[in-house]
Design a protein around this ligand. Structure first.
Ligand SMILES: Cc1cc2nc3c(=O)[nH]c(=O)nc-3n(C[C@H](O)[C@H](O)[C@H](O)COP(=O)(O)O)c2cc1C
Length: 338
């Protein structure tokens, strides 16, 4: 591999302990032992999605992953999970190297607890002030994830996060995620000071992904404009911004919001019950799409990058493309061809 790209990836490689400074972003129901081990075997840093698991289930999944790879991999934990401390304990006992905390801003207690096991903590930040605060609290690395990413997203795009946070925090260990796939963009992120990138959607439809064939096909056929966050009809009834492909479920969700609003206006339900009705609407929907192949009413979480994900490839092929595009880009830059 070209010296230049290796040098640019060096800091990320050191933090992750992987061959390349690319994180295979955790995807609930998709990032299970088989896919994560295959990622880590391919030289990137796989991350198990603990989703709604409890400690015992996570321990089993970690054991299964360790049976398939000796390489490093991390565990993604959602902060709202009521079993949060059990999940951290499970990672500690299993001597996991990294925990990626998602779905909120972690406090000092949870960061310290994870560190007490000698585990590195990575998490997400939506703004510069939060990013700075998180490093003060002791996190080991940050992931900037823009709103073009798949799944639960923040409101700000990758492009803006780069300028708000990355460029103002030179020297800090920061990965960038959301809408990244081509090697030229990967290399540019490294040149801008990122220590690596996190990539999700393309791996949901790679050959090693055990996601249902219907799910993969839906993503491979979709365009970027089909990967949307849901419309929110009224501020009183907030809707979680989850980027997914539009389907029948999306339409029915709007109808459910209208129904809730009408009932609320007639005094037939309380705000709390209305909110719960909307929260419950998508419960189990990602699992139905990923495991049962329900592409009509399941949740087809996906980033806008589906626009350029057109075929099912092996992880190694995907990584190879990224690296060779990155190398060629840097070579052309050096030769002043760009
Ligand atoms: C189907 C799906 C499920 C996801 N689930 C999670 C999750 O459980 N936890 C998390 O931190 N991120 C989750 N993500 C985000 C990814 O880890 C990753 O950051 C994102 O996909 C990167 O953007 P990209 O899709 O443009 O590559 C999910 C993404 C997708 C597409």
């Amino acid at each position: 591999m070209n010296e230049r790209i290796l040098k640019l990836m060096q800091k990320g490689i050191r933090i992750l302990g992987s061959r390349y400074s690319i994180i295979g972003g955790a995807m609930t129901w998709i990032s299970e032992s088989h896919l994560v081990a295959a990622m880590s075997e391919s030289g990137i840093f796989g991350v198990l999605a603990s989703g709604a698991m409890d400690g015992d289930l996570l321990k089993k999944e970690i054991t299964l992953t360790k049976e398939k790879t000796k390489n490093n991999f991390g565990v993604n934990i959602i902060l709202m999970n009521p079993k949060l401390t059990d999940l951290v304990d499970a990672c500690g006992e299993a001597k996991i190297s990294h925990i990626i905390l998602a779905g909120g801003i972690p406090n000092r207690d949870i960061i310290d607890k994870i560190h007490s096991y000698g585990i590195q903590v990575m998490t997400f930040a939506p703004s510069l002030s939060i990013a700075k605060r998180l490093f003060k609290l002791g996190i080991d690395a940050l992931i900037l994830e823009g709103s073009e990413a798949g799944g639960h997203v923040g409101p700000v795009t990758t492009m803006v996060l780069i300028q708000d946070i990355l460029l103002n925090m030179a020297g800090y260990p920061i990965f960038v995620a959301g809408g990244i796939l081509r090697g030229e963009v990967f290399a540019s992120m490294l040149q801008l000071g990122a220590i690596g990138c996190q990539i999700g959607t393309v791996f949901a439809c790679c050959k090693e992904s055990l996601a249902h064939e219907n799910f993969k096909k839906a993503l491979l056929r979709a365009g970027g404009r089909n990967a949307v966050t849901p419309v929110q009809l009224d501020k009183k009834f907030p809707v979680a911004p989850v980027r997914a492909l539009e389907n029948k479920g999306t339409e029915e969700f709007i109808a459910r919001q209208k129904e809730v609003l009408q009932k609320f206006e007639k005094g037939e339900i309380t705000t709390e019950n209305g909110r719960l009705s909307l929260e419950h609407f998508w419960a189990g929907a990602l699992r139905r799409a990923v495991q049962e192949g329900d592409v009509e009413r399941g949740s087809l979480m996906s980033g806008q990058i589906v626009e350029i994900v057109k075929e099912e490839r092996h992880i190694k092929e995907i990584i190879q493309s990224i690296l060779s595009e990155a190398e060629m880009f840097l070579f052309n830059l050096d030769s002043q061809l760009i």
